[in-house]
Design a protein around this ligand. Structure first.
Ligand code: PXP
Length: 388
C-alpha cells in the first residue's frame, strides 16, 4: 500500500510508484502487502528519523523492518515500511538531472534493499554488496517497465447488461476487478448508437478508474464535446458505422486529414492526448503524424483473421514494420483488435508496441473461468511475450 502524508504540500501521482512497488515485490519473491510505502515531506521524514533512529535531520529515504511483536497474520510475511521524502526526492531529481519517477524508484530500491537486511553503513564489503543488489533491482525494474501495458476493453460487460436492459453486470464493477487483477488501463467505446457503453458508465468510470481511462470514439462534434467534459486520460479516434458488429478497419486518416486534424486539435485544446486507430499502412501512419496525434493504435484485425501460416507471417511483418515506422516518427504505438490468448504472444515480444487494447477474448474467457483469472492470464502473455 502507498500512503501519502496529508501534510504534503503538493499532489503526487502514485500510479507509477505503485507499479514500481509491485514490480519490485514480485522481483524479490514477495507479495502485494509485504512492503508499505509512505510518501512524506521533509519535516515528516525528520520526525521519523528523530523518533526511530535518534537522528533529528531530514533524509531522502528510511526503511523500517517490523519491530516488536507483530500481529499473528503478519508474522513471517510483512517485510516493513519505506518512507520517502518527496521534497528531498524532488530536489535530488533536479541535482541528478533525472526525472522524479526515476529518483523515487532509486530511493524505493534502496529502502527495499535495507528491508532485505543489507546495510551499506556496516563497511565497504557490505556497501558493495548492497550496491550490487540495488543495481540488479533497478535493471529488473527497467526491463519490466519496457514491457507492454495491457489495457482492457470492457464494452462487452455492458453488451451483456444491455441485452436485458437491466443494471447488471455493471462495467464499473468490472473495471475495478480488472484493475485489481493487474490491467494497466480501462478502455471503453462510447458508440453513437449507445449499443453497449452508456454516458453514465463513462462519467462514473472517469471518477473511479485508478489506472487510466482510454475513451474510444468517433470524431464527431457530439463525442468531442463529451470527451472535453469527461476528460479521459486519452482518446482513441476510431471509424464507426452503425451496422457493423465491431470496428471494421482503421480510420482513413490519409483520406480525411483536415477533419481528423481538426478533431485532434480540439481534443488537445481540452488537454486530452489522442491516439488514432489505423491499419498497418505506412501512409496512414504518416498521416497520423501530420494530424498531430501523439499515438497510433495499429489495427491487428487482419493478422488475427489470417489463417494460413504464410498469411499470418505476412500480416505480422506488416505490423512490425508499421510499428517501427511509427516509432521513427516519434509516435507512441498501441495495438489491438481481434487479439486472443493464442495470437498475442508474438506481438507482445515486439519492442515498439507499448500497449495492447484487448476486449472480446478476455470477456469471453471470463464467463468460463472468471474475470480476474482471464485478466491475469492475458497479462502474463503481454508481460512475458510467451504463450500461456
Ligand atoms: N481497439 C479498438 C480501436 C477497438 O475498436 C476494439 C474493439 O472495440 C479493440 C481494440 C478491442 O478489440 P477486441 O474486442 O477484438 O479485443
Amino acid at each position: 500500500m502507498i500512503r501519502i502524508d496529508s501534510r504534503l504540500p503538493f499532489t503526487v501521482n502514485t500510479v507509477r510508484i505503485e507499479r514500481a512497488r509491485q514490480i519490485l515485490l514480485r522481483a524479490i519473491g514477495r507479495t502485494e502487502g509485504e512492503v508499505d510505502v509512505l510518501l512524506t515531506d521533509d519535516p515528516g521524514i525528520r520526525e521519523l528519523n528523530a523518533r526511530w533512529r535518534s537522528a533529528p535531520r531530514p533524509t531522502n529515504v528510511l526503511a523500517f523492518p517490523p519491530s516488536g511483536p507483530l500481529p499473528e497474520e503478519m508474522r513471517g510475511g510483512f517485510l516493513g515500511d519505506v518512507a520517502i521524502s518527496m521534497e528531498t526526492a524532488r530536489r535530488e531529481a533536479e541535482e541528478h538531472g533525472t526525472g522524479i519517477d526515476a529518483r523515487i524508484e532509486t530511493l524505493l530500491v534502496h529502502g527495499i534493499a535495507h528491508l532485505l537486511g543489507e546495510d551499506h553503513e556496516l563497511g565497504p564489503y557490505e556497501a558493495h554488496r548492497m550496491a550490487m543488489l540495488e543495481a540488479e533491482l533497478i535493471d529488473l525494474l527497467h526491463r519490466e517497465k519496457t514491457m507492454a501495458d495491457l489495457c482492457i476493453n470492457i464494452d462487452h460487460v455492458a453488451t451483456l447488461r444491455q441485452a436485458r436492459g437491466t443494471v447488471e453486470p455493471d462495467p464499473v464493477t468490472a473495471a475495478g476487478i480488472v484493475e485489481l487483477a493487474g490491467a494497466d488501463g480501462i478502455v471503453v467505446h462510447l458508440r453513437e448508437d449507445r449499443r453497449h457503453i452508456q454516458d453514465r458508465d463513462v462519467r462514473i468510470l472517469r471518477e473511479v478508474v485508478q489506472t487510466r481511462l482510454n475513451l474510444e470514439m468517433a470524431a464527431t462534434d457530439e463525442m468531442i464535446g463529451i470527451a472535453a467534459t469527461i476528460r479521459p486520460d486519452i482518446v482513441t479516434l476510431v471509424p464507426e458505422k452503425r451496422k457493423e458488429l465491431t470496428t471494421e478497419g482503421g480510420l482513413d486518416v490519409a483520406g480525411n486529414l483536415a477533419h481528423i486534424r481538426e478533431a485532434v486539435a480540439r481534443l488537445h485544446e481540452a488537454g486530452i492526448p489522442v491516439s488514432l486507430f489505423v491499419d498497418p499502412e505506412m501512409h496512414q501512419i504518416d498521416s497520423a503524424q501530420k494530424a498531430g496525434a501523439e499515438c497510433v493504435e495499429i489495427h491487428t484485425g487482419r493478422y488475427a483473421e489470417a489463417r494460413s501460416p504464410i498469411a499470418i507471417e505476412e500480416e505480422f511483418d506488416t505490423i512490425v514494420a508499421s510499428a517501427r515506422h511509427a516509432r521513427d516518427l516519434e509516435l507512441r504505438v498501441h495495438a489491438g483488435h481481434g487479439l486472443t490468448y493464442r495470437n498475442t504472444a508474438r506481438l507482445a515480444a515486439v519492442a515498439e508496441i507499448e500497449e495492447f487494447s484487448i476486449g472480446h477474448s478476455i470477456m469471453a474467457r471470463s464467463i468460463l473461468v472468471g474475470l480476474e483469472r482471464s485478466v491475469r492470464e492475458m497479462a502474463a502473455i503481454v508481460k512475458t511475450g510467451r504463450p500461456a
